[in-house]
Design a protein around this ligand. Sequence first.
Ligand code: NAI
Length: 335
Amino acid sequence: MAHEVTLIPGDGIGPEVTQACLRVLEATGVALAWEEVPAGEVGLAKEGALLPPRAFESIRRTKVALKGPVGTPVGGGHRSVNVTLRQTLDLYACLRPVRSLPGVTSRYGDVDLVVVRENTEGLYSGIEHTVVEGVTESLKIVTARCSTRIAKFAFDHARRNGRKKVTAVHKANIMKVTDGLFLRCAREVREAYPEIEYEELIIDNCAMQMVLRPQRFDVLVMDNLYGDILSDLAAGLVGGLGVVPGANIGEAGAVFEPVHGTAPDIAGKGLANPTALLLSATLMLDHLGERDAAARVRRAIDRVLGAGEVRTGDLGGKSSTAEYTDALVAAVRAG
Ligand code: NAI
């Protein structure tokens, strides 16, 4: 039976990279039944809402979505599609695998780590106020429930993917109560995963180590703010946001999407690089249990980029989206 998946092409380069991605996925032979729905500026124009109800209902039903970038109009009080999806579906784990791609310019050739970020609380709970004029306060919420489930997610991810180590990142030397609770939960969870090495690192040291010796890391788990910053830092190690995938996962569903935006400067010109969306789609294939197909797509990307002949402008090449996609389709078919 085909896997039902909600497809949100999104805005700007979204439709172009989505089309490219569908062609490559089709070449894998995996049966995917797409339900395409609008969201973002295209949703607002066509159906009067950034996230039209039928887009949301579709994800609720299929529980899996592949999503291109969406634009949020500045002003007008619109709530971002990404934040709405994350909060309403309780997509509590943000997964960012960061891996060096052959032939992509970067100082580091052998990075292969995964940042697991808690997506629902911490300093991003949005509980802020002015105490008196000139004095403000922002509350950092850390609960045992959310800390335990994110630690469990990280260890499960490590186990399922044959990874060896989980690093819990914190600042419990200063925030003894909140980050202290986060660490206590992680320590409790790790008891059930004796085969996986566990370590704890203070966030500032972790940032330095990541730049000095990123190869020492495997899976990292951390709260919302630390994860926001360190996942972008890690992306920078392998060539930037244009080549890293992402996923937001919860019990009610999972949304797979690239980290980059709608790239209005190149939209509609056939120049966009679909690699980040395609790598996000490989995470989706893993999630659906189609691990062989996911591995084939990753190998195809490595082979085409490694050969160095066909690549898009953002990676220093001259190829169009279509030419790059043709090469990927051929590489997937070749196995
Ligand atoms: P951006 O990521 O769209 O663009 C930054 C630069 O990277 C541009 O020069 C662009 O051409 C290039 N770039 C990005 N993705 C590329 C790709 N796949 N291939 C080739 N080049 C690529 O960031 P920006 O300009 O800050 O945001 C533009 C719009 O995207 C905004 O409306 C923002 O709200 C939205 N956005 C949406 C996101 C999402 O839906 N997940 C995430 C980030 C931004």
